[in-house]
Every structure is written in structure tokens, then in C-alpha cells.
Design a protein around this ligand. Sequence first.
Ligand code: ADP
Ligand code: MG
Length: 258
Amino acid sequence: MATILEAQGVSRSFGGVKALAGCSLSVDKGSITGLIGPNGSGKTTLFNVMTGYVKPDTGTVSFEGNDVTNARPNKIFALGVGRTFQLTRIFARISVLENMLVATQRDESWLRGLTRSKSSKSELDAAMEWLDFVGLTRLASMQAGSLSYGHLKLLELAYVLVADPDVVLLDEPAGGVNLTLINEISEKILALNKGGKTFLIVEHNMEFVMKICDKVTVMHQGCDLVTGTPGEVRSNPAVLDAYLGSSDGEVSETVDHG
Ligand code: ADP
Ligand code: MG
């Protein structure tokens, strides 16, 4: 399989904290790749580096073979890499549909989406289409801040998908979500993946990861520790050690909100 998104030897410190220490990760085109590891192992920082939100001290990031190491977030987004945030970026005080219309603005001129009197017909159609896909059509006019946590996660998924990115990075899409919705989210991801979309997913819910991922990379203390199939990773002693040595305890089926 061809690599679509890749980080090589990425390091990044914050003050004295080495969040990433020579971390490499490659995402195959058309795959669902999982990124797991104890809290604080650097998963979100790696996402931030791969999407231009944090500059690495050393190392490179490439997308479809082109170097994007120091590219700005809106550039990487425009190339076709979409993402969600561990802490939501949904606007609480506007409606679900208005959030989707903000998402149709492809770059940082998104603010115009709030001030413009009218979105185009095609933007509105796209917004409604993706709301329908995640099953939120009937909540379109509801204030986003009053959504349940699970519905908020579905809105985040629709929000990132409306721009039709080639690669979608999801930071804990199942975190704090009930089992029914977790299953719904995994079905949506699998359906999109069948249609050719590539996913890179950080998630603590092991059942979710094991069910949908083709390949999993385990991070530990800012480095990629092991990469393999879900089954290989799960039975790897080094992985068990990494989790046991952390406050997270063992690799479990439980949902962790870290
Ligand atoms: P994970 O997502 O695996 O839980 P993070 O990437 O969020 O891990 O964090 C890795 C380490 O880097 C943690 O020790 C965290 O406190 C630190 N860190 C991450 N971002 C920052 C930042 N902006 N400023 C200071 N420390 C940070
Ligand atoms: Mg994180």
C-alpha cells in the first residue's frame, strides 16, 4: 500500500517536557490506522505536528510524498488532511447547521461564514448531506451547545467530512460516548473507508480500535513503540509493559477520557 501521510523522526519539546522524541508514523492510503498509547505519550502532539498546528524541533512530515513539515494548518487542510480536536472546536452558541456552514469555508476565512448573510446553495446542500449522514438532520436548528456529548461527536465528524478531506485524523472520536453511538460512529467510519477515505484515529477504547483498524501504532514516551495489526499489537509484551508502567493501567476494553 502507498503511504499517504508520514511523520519521520519527529521531536518536539515544551519547556522541559519532551512530548515527542524521534517519533515516526506512516499512514497507508485507504487504511484505517490506529494510534494508541498511555496518556501523555504524545498522540495529540503528533496530530498537531502532522496538521501544522505545532512545529517540530526536528523531523519531517510529508503528505503524498510532498514535504509539509513547516506548512501552516490551512495549507495542510487545503491539501486534503482534515482533523477533529480532542477538545471540541464546535461553536456552542450557533446552531448545528450554522456550524456545518462554517465548516464549508475551506480556509481561515471561515469567519466570513458567520458574518455572510447567505451560504451558497451547494454549501447548504453539502452541510445538510453530511448532517444526514451522521443522523443529525432533525437537530439542524438546535443550538450546538445543547447537544448531548455523543451528538457533539457526530457533529464533529460531519464538520470535518464536509470539506471532503482525503485523510481524516480523529482525536478520540469515541471518548465519553455510549456504546450505541460508538457502534454508529464505527459503522460510519467503515462506510467512508470503503469509499476510499483514509483515517488516522487516536482512541482509548480498545474494542473500537481492534474492530475497525487495519494497522495500529503504539506510542510510548514520545516514540512509536510498536506497529502491527490490532492482534499483533495487543499481544505484544512491550505494549503491555508500556501501559502497565503508566497510570493508565492495562490495555483494557474500557473507555478512558484522557
Ligand atoms: P497524549 O495525547 O498522548 O495524551 P499529548 O501529546 O497531549 O499526549 O502530550 C504529551 C506530553 O506533552 C504531555 O506531557 C503534555 O503535558 C505535554 N504537552 C503537550 N502539549 C503541550 C503544550 N502546548 N505545552 C506544554 N506541554 C505540552
Ligand atoms: Mg491526547
